[in-house]
Design a protein around this ligand. Structure first.
Ligand code: GDP
Ligand code: MG
Length: 428
């Protein structure tokens, strides 16, 4: 159990009977924890981190007991009696932020580390927690500050305007800044996938092998496979990972005209899943290739959603697995049954996810960070276009800087803080 606040030594004494001088900072002290009547609740360890050298920057006590729920409850009740109160979700991290122990992006990384669902996500969160993302943002903010100084200086000396901007190479500096900003955006976009994953919908006519492909991807028999068309009625989902990227695979009811009421509802659900997808894998039978019926499905797929045509059952068609790209449209040939060509599908999904070429550099970005990076990029593009009109340029640079500073919490409204920390689990 952790307690954070000011002047915690008397609290520790009341709980354990230890004299303050016998409690050494940052050393484990063996102690009994007593209730109000002086009965022992548990025997454990007491750790004392005096301010400001603690997680929150305040005095922190860590009480380590044997951990059963009833004993913990008794210890908690005693702490509340002694004047502590329950922490709000994220309150420890919030206090750490308010006491300058970490910036906002790092505090968010605490929650991301705890919630990470893959090892790649956990590693990335830890890098953000150590301040790597913040350092990259600070670096850009510093460049912007310098640029603003140059541009704003010419506002005071209008007759020298052109010279100053030319002599200081403001245009080249702005170019460099925009290149680096875009690179960071790329790493952040790739990283946001580690948080939320990619939604992949398997769609197509009945019997082309959608459920078989789900089972193959999941490595187990998740969906029922039969040779009877119309077997899958409700969407079946399974989350898998490829190279640490979470992929939510959704198997759907085959798209066809039907009088079966249940199947009809299933087909409506298929369309709803397709609208929410990041990628649609449209399965067709390799023996026939894309038929007019497949084409009728294809034209109904939303244009904005990436589509990969998967020619399944290549084993039956007697053709080899492979990848074809014509006019920007990707066709994969594989066999869900034999597993032939599955590595092509893995690679293709990673490509669509924008994963290749980032590796360890990705930033586990949140939606909030992406929005700020996008806004900063937009504002610096406007600034570049207005280098000739110094007042306008200066204002766009200011807005770009403000957007970036929001990531680390230097320009952050209280309500945003409330929103961010309320999503933490209790006691973190
Ligand atoms: N030979 C072969 N049969 C397959 C392949 N994929 C699926 N099938 C068979 O095709 C039939 C329909 O498969 P299913 O996965 O239920 O198709 P769905 O209706 O699209 O979900 C089943 O009998 C499967 O065993 C494949 O790659 N090769
Ligand atoms: Mg099926």
């Amino acid at each position: 159990m952790r307690v954070s606040g000011s002047g915690l030594l008397p609290f520790a004494e009341a709980l354990t009977g230890k004299r303050p001088e016998s409690i050494q900072p940052r050393r484990a002290t063996s102690a009994d924890f007593f209730d109000a009547a002086g009965r022992v609740i548990d025997h454990g360890l007491l750790l004392y981190f005096p301010a400001p050298h603690s997680f929150t920057g305040e005095d922190v006590l860590e009480l380590q007991g044997h951990g059963g729920p009833v004993v913990m409850q008794m210890l908690l009740a005693r702490c509340l009696e002694l004047g502590a109160r329950l922490a709000a979700p994220g309150e420890f991290s919030r206090r750490a932020f308010l006491n300058d122990k970490m910036d906002l992006a790092q505090a968010e990384a605490v929650a991301d580390l705890i919630e990470a669902t893959t090892t790649a996500a956990a590693r990335s969160a830890l890098r953000s927690l150590s301040g790597e993302f913040s350092r990259q943002v600070h670096e850009l903010v510093a460049q912007l500050t310098e640029l603003r100084m140059l541009v704003e200086a010419t506002l005071d000396f209008p007759e020298e305007e052109i010279d100053v901007l030319r002599d200081t190479d403001a245009a080249a500096r702005l170019d460099k800044l925009r290149t680096e900003l875009n690179a960071l955006r790329g790493r952040a976009k790739a990283g946001s996938l580690l948080r939320s994953g990619l939604h992949v919908v398997l769609a197509g006519l009945p019997n082309v092998g959608k459920s078989s492909l789900l089972n193959r991807l999941a490595g187990e028999e998740r969906a029922i496979v039969t040779e009877i068309a119309g077997t899958t009625r409700d969407a079946v989902r399974e989350t898998i990972q490829i190279e640490g990227i979470p992929l939510h695979i959704i198997d759907t009811a085959g798209l066809r005209e039907t009088d079966d009421l249940v199947e009809k509802i299933g087909i409506e659900r298929t369309w709803r899943e397709i609208e929410r997808a990041d990628v649609v894998l449209q399965l067709v039978d390799a023996r026939t290739g894309e038929t007019p019926a497949d084409h009728a499905v294809a034209v109904r797929l939303p244009a904005a959603i990436e589509r990969i045509v998967v020619e399944n059952k290549c084993d039956l068609a007697g053709i080899a697995a492979g990848r074809l790209e014509t006019q920007g449209k990707v066709h994969l040939r594989l066999s869900a049954k034999s597993g032939e060509g599955m590595e092509l599908l893995h690679d293709e999904l990673l490509r669509v996810a924008g994963w290749r070429g980032h590796g360890e550099d990705v930033v586990l970005a949140r939606e909030r960070h992406l929005e700020a990076l996008d806004l900063a990029a937009e504002k610096s593009a406007l600034a570049a276009r207005q280098l000739g009109q110094v007042e306008l340029c200066a204002e766009e640079l200011r807005l770009a800087q403000e957007a970036l500073a929001r990531i680390t919490g230097e320009f952050t409204a209280d309500d945003l803080l409330g929103e961010i920390f309320s999503r933490f689990c209790i006691g973190k």
